[in-house]
Design a protein around this ligand. Sequence first.
Ligand code: COA
Length: 148
Amino acid sequence: MDRVDVDLQPFAEVDSTEFRHKWHELFEVLRKYVPRLEPPTPFSYEQFEEMFVVDPDFLWDISQVARDKEKLIGFTYLYRSDVEAELFQAQTAVHRDYRGRGIAKALKARSAKRAIEAGYRTVRADNDTRNAPMLAINARLGYKGSPE
Ligand SMILES: CC(C)(COP(=O)(O)OP(=O)(O)OC[C@H]1O[C@@H](n2cnc3c(N)ncnc32)[C@H](O)[C@@H]1OP(=O)(O)O)[C@@H](O)C(=O)NCCC(=O)NCCS
């Protein structure tokens, strides 16, 4: 692929009805690549909206999207947790055509910067041990393994 200029922005800055539909479409594509035992059950737009858009713990200012012009190509989601100054990082995913260019690392690094600016001190994430790229990214960004 030729050089691309990728924009990283918080969800809060790009939100619109059109964006939410694009987000749902990409979400449905990318979740199929997350290692899991069974293929995921598709979510309708309404189910998706209830899970993400309406979730009061979803952090619109800290979660990040990556775009190539108007095309949505990746995201990382963060949620408030019950632990003080700690966030939970849920899915990070990048469109297949754009992988291996540091976009996931940049999304996570940008979200960590925003989280620190907002006063958070710890980010927790769950990783499937088969997900070598994500484990490599987390090791590079300084995430520490936990026995849980
Ligand atoms: C995981 C994912 C987000 C990575 O996106 P990406 O933009 O390609 O990631 P980056 O380019 O920032 O970094 C990839 C890193 O993984 C490494 N990597 C890739 N394949 C690897 C493998 N098989 N073994 C070890 N490391 C690997 C790369 O070398 C790179 O690390 P480096 O920069 O230190 O060399 C992407 O593969 C994806 O969307 N997967 C499906 C969704 C998913 O599983 N998300 C995580 C669970 S929520």
